[in-house]
Each structure stands twice: as C-alpha cells, then as structure tokens.
Design a protein around this ligand. Structure first.
Ligand SMILES: C[S@@+](CC[C@H](N)C(=O)[O-])C[C@H]1O[C@@H](n2cnc3c(N)ncnc32)[C@H](O)[C@@H]1O
Length: 230
C-alpha cells in the first residue's frame, strides 16, 4: 500500500511509480554503465558512494555492478524493493538501503526537445494554479541543488554529459499525461488534471496530424562534481 505521495519540505515519495519507473525513466544499460564509470572516475580511488533518493537503483545498481561500495536512502520502500529485486536478479549482493527522509525533493531534468517534455511543460502551465503545493519547495531541480551546495562552500566541476539518441511519439507522450506518471501530476486534483489533459490532447492532435510518427529525441544525462576539500 502506497504511503502519502508528499513528505515534508517538498519531497515526493515515489511509491506509486515503483512499478513503472524503470520503463519510463530507465537509461539504456550501456548509458547507465557509462554514467557509473564517470561517477567512479570523478571520485577518489576506493571511494564509497551514498545516493540520496536512490529509487530503483537506476544509478546505484550499475555502480554496484562495477564493484563499487554503494549505499542508498529513499523515502519509498517500494522503489527500493524494485532495486533489491533487480540486484538479486543480477546476482549481486543485497544493496545497502535505508528508508528515510533527507528533507528535500529531487527535481526532474528538463529535456526541451521531446514530445514528452513539451507536454509536461504545457501540463505544468495549465495546472500550476491547482497544484497542492508550490513547485519544488526548497532545494528542487539540479541547478538549485548545485547552487545550494556551492552556497555551502563547495566548488562545482562540470563532468560533461552522457548523451544518447532515442525516439518518442506524441501518442505515447499523451498516454503518459493520461497516466499521470510524473510526480508533478500527483499534486493536482484529478478533475483539474483530466480537463488539462483533454485540452493538451486536442492541441497536440491539431499540431501533429500523425501522433504515431516517431520523433527523434536527443537525451543527455549531465554530471557534476562538487568538492568541499579545497
Ligand atoms: C526522480 S526519483 C530518482 C531516483 C534515482 N536517483 C534515479 O536517478 O533514478 C526521486 C527519488 O527520490 C526519492 N525521494 C524524494 N524525496 C526524498 C526525501 N526527502 N528523502 C529520501 N528520498 C526522497 C523518491 O522516493 C524517489 O525514489
């Protein structure tokens, strides 16, 4: 049974997404491995990693697979159960996981070149007034997190990006809107969401006669290191 979606301080519990998170947000395996390699290369030799908001192990599991020491904390027991299952299926030791609230809510990256992102932006515009809390209270998206860390005296070093090409369709992105799979949707009352989703579907259908035509999308996973050791 899912616990409340919203914890304190703008955090979002992903219990309800545990069953589909990897399908909708998963990285291609080779990209996950390249991201893990970059994280390892950016850390000291033998470094141990703690992922806050570890979720289904999208980032942590490839690190674990490379032999790194990894621990994770997350609000959502269901997300971490998915990670445990994936680790067991991969023949890895049980991951070191702790259920807990670290007090802030990770944001979602913006990928403006895709149907999915265009629809998310539009749905945010249409439903903002009815969302139950303001957008990302406290430390929210990746830029805000980095600003908070540099504000504490850390020095940011961008580590570049892993990029990959994929395809989306407007039809699939509209189905995602209907399915309310992204966490910002969970703050909006059902009737408001449904009305906005119908409007967005009408707009997309008018703008894109073939909703099933593949749209080439370039994705990027950006990495930064913040050093506190001078
Ligand atoms: C967008 S998912 C990202 C999961 C993982 N880091 C990844 O990249 O796939 C955000 C995760 O952070 C967790 N989370 C959100 N707020 C949290 C908090 N205050 N404390 C611990 N975990 C939190 C959610 O339950 C969810 O699993």
């Amino acid at each position: 049974m899912a616990t409340a979606d919203r914890a304190g301080g703008g955090s979002v519990n992903f219990d309800r997404a545990a069953g589909y998170y990897d399908v909708t947000r998963g990285l291609p395996p080779e990209v996950g491995d390249r991201v893990a390699a970059r994280i390892e290369a950016a850390a000291r030799p033998g470094a141990r990693f703690l992922e806050i908001g570890v979720g289904t192990g999208r980032i942590a599991l490839p690190l674990q697979r490379r032999g790194a020491w990894v621990a994770g904390v997350d609000l959502s027991a269901a997300m971490m159960a998915t990670y445990r299952g994936k680790a067991a299926a991969a023949g890895l030791p049980a991951p070191r996981l702790l259920r807990g609230d670290v007090g802030w809510g990770p944001g979602l990256p913006h990928r403006p070149n895709s149907p999915r992102d265009a629809l998310q932006r539009r749905m945010r515009e249409l439903t903002a007034a009815a969302a139950s809390t303001p957008e990302w209270v406290g430390v929210g998206d990746a830029r805000q997190k980095l600003a908070a860390l540099t504000g504490l005296g850390g020095v940011e070093e961008p580590l570049g990006a892993e990029t990959w090409a994929t395809e989306e369709t407007w039809a699939a992105a509209l189905d995602e809107v209907d399915g309310r799979i992204f966490s910002y949707a969970w703050r909006v009352p059902e009737d408001v969401w449904r009305a906005a989703a119908a409007r967005v579907r009408a707009e997309a259908t008018a703008d894109h006669p073939d909703l099933d035509a593949p749209v080439a999308v370039q994705r990027a996973f950006h990495l930064s290191r913040v050093r506190f050791d001078g």
